[in-house]
Design a protein around this ligand. Sequence first.
Ligand code: TYC
Length: 119
Amino acid sequence: MRDPGSLRKMSSGNDKKIDDGDTGTGVVTKTKPKTKKPSMWRVLLLNDDYTPMEFVVFILQRFFAMDENSAAQIMLHVHQKGVGNCGVFPYEIAETKVTQVIEFARKNQHPLQCTMEKE
Ligand code: TYC
């Protein structure tokens, strides 16, 4: 006898149910999801000897939505260790932030460098 209810219980999510007749059993095949979650990218700030500390704190507040304390903490970390994490974003957002930071630094004649790496 047909029992569509049991077919429903056999599968989930991405399963395709193929009714193979009237036996009440089904063949379940897996299909790959057609969308992938975007890979995430870490935006990094690099230390240099010339960019003023206050400018770096301002950058972190303006482009990474940090409060002044978090921004100062990250800035000091970069100052001491040479590199620091500003946040992790989907590729295009990370790329935009890197561009904005570098452009803003250049406009203010600071050599600040910002880059990104796959998480
Ligand atoms: N090292 C800089 C100074 O002493 C400060 C600085 C911090 C520069 C972080 C860049 O990403 C940076 N003025």
